[in-house]
Design a protein around this ligand. Structure first.
Ligand SMILES: *[C@@H]1O[C@H](CO)[C@@H](O)[C@H](O)[C@H]1NC(C)=O
Ligand SMILES: *[C@@H]1O[C@H](CO)[C@@H](O)[C@H](O)[C@H]1NC(C)=O
Ligand SMILES: *[C@@H]1O[C@H](CO)[C@@H](O)[C@H](O)[C@H]1NC(C)=O
Ligand SMILES: *[C@@H]1O[C@H](CO)[C@@H](O)[C@H](O)[C@H]1NC(C)=O
Ligand SMILES: *[C@@H]1O[C@H](CO)[C@@H](O)[C@H](O)[C@H]1NC(C)=O
Ligand SMILES: *[C@@H]1O[C@H](CO)[C@@H](O)[C@H](O)[C@H]1NC(C)=O
Length: 333
């Protein structure tokens, strides 16, 4: 009883002193607050950051940021849709406890990816997507040793993909799709160490062959569609893999599919619009989980193997080949 009363008096005292001296009870770290207010100003005082006011607590009163429960340091800055404009300001590098940085759907966010991001040693999730960022995918991103996810999709990035990204020790997801990237897929990309790896490089202008070294990596998900990739794709397949999705559609791949051994785990395989030759291997009927399949617009020939899920796909999964036949296409002569 007595302790309860003591406690109430104590809380009341705290409450009143916090009214008199708001700074005493403020959780927000002053360095974080200073950096955030500079970031707000650099973004041209956007409407989406209206709640960021100097006299309020960034841990309790501000939108688009969160503080760590224990350290009360800013650990996430997430702005999805809004009116940020200008370049990413260097002060984003002054939030040393940041684990998540996500700036999404900001059409007026332009310029290059800021080098000071490499100061964010705790960063795990870097998502700068659907903006208008330009310049290269920077080499320096490989300094972010804790990065688990790197997504730079839907921007205006140019140049080639830095080989050094494969040095990121815990990266599990790399998405650079829908930019204007050129050059080859780096040889080093067979060396990613993260488990359950997602690699999405679609909708760019990548060229060259799929490096044989990719055979060393068991990707979960590989989307290289809509590029200018040529040659074979053997490195992505093989019975010892557990890959679920492979999309290589709309490239200029040219290989004989007859002897390819597809992983049993495949759920979706899209090879449409390439220059693939040969006949479909019987092994495809053993893919129990295959629910998406498309080999249309290639140079395939021969009878579609009967069995598994192969007859469950409609004829458009097979049409526009040299001489494929059998269900769901017309029967072979
Ligand atoms: C982007 O900038 C243009 C021109 O200044 C402006 O009209 C438009 O509203 C801005 N878009 C957003 C989402 O703020
Ligand atoms: C993207 O930025 C470029 C200049 O770098 C500009 O010309 C273009 O209009 C911007 N696009 C959008 C969708 O805001
Ligand atoms: C990319 O930049 C070009 C010109 O620099 C611009 O015309 C285009 O709209 C930009 N693309 C996007 C997706 O903003
Ligand atoms: C699969 O086997 C190939 C050789 O056939 C080997 O190079 C590769 O490292 C193996 N991959 C995995 C994930 O075990
Ligand atoms: C097919 O899917 C089921 C359910 O998700 C899963 O348990 C099984 O391991 C999958 N088969 C293969 C060969 O990956
Ligand atoms: C296969 O891809 C072609 C070309 O993009 C498309 O027209 C067709 O609808 C697709 N069919 C299936 C079953 O996915």
């Amino acid at each position: 009883m007595e302790t309860q009363i003591m406690f109430s008096i104590f809380s009341l005292t705290l409450f009143f002193s916090s009214l008199l001296h708001p700074s005493l009870s403020e959780l927000c770290n002053p360095n974080d607050k200073k950096a955030l207010l500079q970031i707000k100003q650099a973004f041209n005082d956007p409407y989406v950051l209206t709640s960021w006011k100097p006299d309020t607590d960034c841990c309790t009163d501000w939108y688009c940021v969160t503080c760590d429960d224990k350290t009360h340091r800013i650990n996430s800055l997430t702005v999805v849709t809004g009116d940020l404009s200008g370049h990413i300001p260097p002060q984003v590098g002054d939030l040393p406890y940041l684990e998540t940085l996500m700036l999404h759907k900001q059409p007026n966010l332009t310029g290059p990816i800021q080098q000071s991001i490499t100061n964010l040693k705790n960063l795990k999730y870097l998502r700068l997507t659907w903006n208008n960022l330009s310049g290269p995918v920077p080499q320096f991103l490989s300094k972010l040793r804790n990065l688990d996810l790197l997504e730079l999709s839907f921007n205006n990035l140019t140049g080639s993909i830095p080989a050094s990204l494969s040095k990121l020790p815990v990266l599990g997801s790399l998405r650079l799709d829908r930019n204007k990237l050129t050059g080859p897929i780096p040889d080093s990309f067979g060396e990613f160490r993260g488990e359950d790896f997602y690699l999405v490089l679609s909708h760019n202008q990548l060229s060259g062959k799929i490096p044989a070294s990719l055979g060393k990596k068991d990707f979960s998900y590989v989307d290289l569609s809509r590029n200018k990739i040529e040659g074979g794709a053997a490195a992505l397949f093989g019975l010892n893999k557990t890959t679920q999705l492979v999309d290589l559609s709309r490239n200029v791949l040219e290989f004989d599919i007859s002897k390819v051994e597809f992983p049993k785990s495949l759920v979706s395989l899209d090879l449409n619009h390439n220059r693939i030759t040969g006949s479909l291997p019987v092994g495809l009927t053993a893919l129990d989980n295959l629910s998406g399949f498309n080999v249309s617009y290639n140079r395939l020939c021969g009878k579609i193997p009967v069995g598994g899920n192969l007859q469950s796909f409609d004829y458009t999964a097979y049409f526009h080949n040299r001489c494929l036949c059998g269900a769901p296409l017309e029967s072979c002569k």
